[in-house]
Unconditional design. Structure first.
Length: 608
């Protein structure tokens, strides 16, 4: 390995990898891991302490760099979701800034340029100090095992007495360097590591009883090292007044929309099946049911990469969803917080109350490294192995999807809607979407989409779809936009892979060829789609094919939540009775439908 600057990024779980010549992703604790992380080196080669990662944390990467990278002129450490703003462009009062969006390519380019122009001007780059409400010592004693801090003081006093004054000054201080994150010139780095690991090893080798430490307490060496960085820098600055030290923000991407999420080939192997889906908290139980149905039927030999675009779903809820993912031996969940990216996009009063449906347009920026991607709506239940669908030969088309046969009814005549902006769907298809009769005959439902990214300019496609979502006014939102964009680059997938549970009467106006296909698919569905609002199985009425949903949801942690929601819907005086009253009014007085739909949408927004 030969490079001027090497910043080791510590990973312990699958996460986005920054593609930059100065960033070295490294799997920490790989000696104890069930499987190595793709696309990076491990800390378990050469001279290493990988097996001791539970106590040393990210320091096993630091030790590996110290012992095995002997050529880099500057060496540093950061975490996979905490990096230094070396270029100094971030603004904020806190030392650590939690950003809503993070463009990895932009950060890498700015940092690379800054290092080339200014890197040699500094000896050490550190995070800004975080100010605590207590002193460093009191903070440690309250959150960790006090005996370890006592042992640390004793080791420094006996073996590094020259640093004792600096230690005591830092212990009484309220400010701390977070995360063991920094970048140092080679000679300073070597001196720090030699000092640090000597102390930590002496602290570790003791007669202290640590058998009953909690998982957090067991990471004591990593936590002590955070305190020791301040000690070493205080000592060094006192003896080297001309030391050039730059302090910058930590950028924390824990809750950020991280672009790109996958930019390399790690998910393009012959065993890989890439599946994306999107939901907010209201649809999380149904997401769990969909995943249970998919993963319980998926080939256990395939590696299932699940990319979940969610809207600020809490970690505890994601942990519950992880229980469902665990039923497949090779499935990995990648939660990606999309926040409210499309919160301001247009939606009709007659459509669902969330714009999370637009999140699929983010996939082009997030996952440009993928060759193929299957997108599934979360109100679906698989009855067969979707791995077979993922492998479909699409004949060179960029997109595969299933025809929405109910939509083709506009071929048989005028199709009034309750939406005041779209009085006739037939006219809308032709004049607004610009579809020909042949294109309407294969108008597809966007609940299941099979993308072949190798057949398109991924970045340009994403920009086009994103712009349409932000500026356009489309009745069926993302579905209409996708039909416009891919109308001439579409492979029609077998109908049984997206079968609506709508009653048969809903197909009465569908052209005969489409009607025959739809009915044949209903007789042997491979994937059921609860697409229409009136046919959701979790509502309080019986609907066709509901048994498939209930069979799946019963095997998830969210079953009781769905049942509880049903009780709320049917309770006297609650929202369910209000909706029922509105429905009866609309049936009796059709002219009121547009107004009642707006009221209904407002009620749903309030409930959310």
């Amino acid at each position: 390995m030969s490079r001027k600057t090497a910043v080791y990024a510590a990973f312990h779980a699958p996460a986005p990898v920054i593609d930059a010549d100065f960033v070295v992703p490294i799997h920490v604790g790989r000696a104890r891991a069930a499987a190595p992380l793709d696309g990076m080196i491990g800390d378990d080669t050469g001279d290493n302490i990988s097996a001791r990662n539970p106590a040393y944390c990210e320091l096993t990467a630091l030790y590996w760099a110290w012992k095995n990278d002997r050529t880099s002129a500057r060496i540093g450490l950061m975490h996979y979701r905490r990096m230094l703003d070396m270029a100094g462009t971030a603004e904020g009062a806190q030392a650590e800034l939690f950003v809503p969006r993070f463009d990895a390519r932009d950060w890498a380019a700015r940092t690379s340029d800054w290092l080339a122009e200014h890197g040699d001007d500094w000896d050490v780059i550190l995070p800004r100090r975080h100010t605590m409400g207590r002193t460093v010592e009191t903070n440690y004693r309250r959150g960790h095992a006090p005996a370890d801090f006592d042992r640390l003081r004793a080791v420094i006093a006996e073996f590094h007495p020259a640093h004792l004054d600096a230690f005591e000054a830092e212990a009484a201080h309220r400010r701390i360097y977070l995360g063991n994150i920094f970048l140092m010139r080679r000679d300073i780095f070597d001196g720090y590591c030699e000092w640090l690991f000597d102390i930590l090893e002496r602290v570790a080798v003791t007669d202290l009883q640590r058998t009953h430490y909690s998982p957090t307490q067991a990471r004591y060496l990593g936590f002590l090292a955070e305190r020791l960085l301040g000690v070493y820098m205080r000592y060094l600055r006192a003896r080297r007044p001309n030391l050039r030290v730059r302090e910058v923000h930590i950028i924390n991407t824990s809750n950020a929309l991280f672009n790109p999420y996958v930019s390399d080939d790690r998910c393009n192997g012959p065993e890989d099946v890439n599946i994306a889906f999107s939901a907010d908290r209201a649809y999380l139980p149904h997401t769990a049911a969909m995943l249970q149905s998919v993963l319980s039927r998926a080939d256990p030999a395939r590696r299932i990469n699940l990319f979940f675009l969610h809207s600020d779903i809490a970690p505890v809820d994601l942990e519950l969803l992880g229980e469902v993912v665990a039923i497949h031996p090779r499935a990995t969940l990648h939660p990606i917080n999309a926040g409210e990216t499309f919160g301001g996009a247009y939606r009709s009063a007659s459509r669902a109350p969330s714009n999370a449906t637009y999140n699929r347009f983010l996939l082009f920026d997030l996952l440009p490294g993928l060759d193929r991607l299957l997108y599934l709506d979360v109100d679906m239940i698989a009855l067969d192995d979707v791995c077979a669908l993922f492998d479909t030969d699409m004949g060179g088309a960029a997109l595969g999807a299933v025809t929405d046969h109910i939509m083709t009814r506009t071929l048989t005549g005028a199709t009034p809607t309750v939406d005041p902006e779209v009085p006739d769907l037939r006219t809308y298809h032709r004049e607004v979407l610009g579809l020909s009769d042949d294109q309407i005959a294969r108008y597809f439902n966007a609940g299941l989409l099979l993308f072949d990214f190798t057949r398109m300019d991924v970045a340009a496609t994403g920009r086009t779809l994103f712009a349409a979502a932000e500026k356009g006014r489309y009745l069926f939102r993302d579905q209409d936009i996708l039909n416009m964009h891919f109308k001439d680059d579409l492979h029609v997938l077998p109908d049984e892979w997206n079968v609506f549970n709508t009653i048969r009467a809903g197909y009465n106006r569908v052209p005969a060829p489409n009607h025959r296909r739809a009915m044949q698919a209903r007789s042997a569905p491979r994937l059921v789609h609860y697409a229409a609002g009136d046919y959701k199985p979790w509502n309080r009425v019986a609907v066709p094919m509901a048994q498939h949903y209930w069979a799946a949801i019963m095997q998830t942690p969210f079953y009781a939540e769905v049942l509880a929601r049903q009780r709320v819907q049917t309770a006297p005086g609650r929202r369910g009775s209000v909706v029922e009253t509105g429905r009866k009014l609309a049936e009796r007085f059709p002219v009121l439908k547009p107004v009642l739909l707006r009221v209904h949408a407002a009620l749903r927004d309030r409930q959310r």
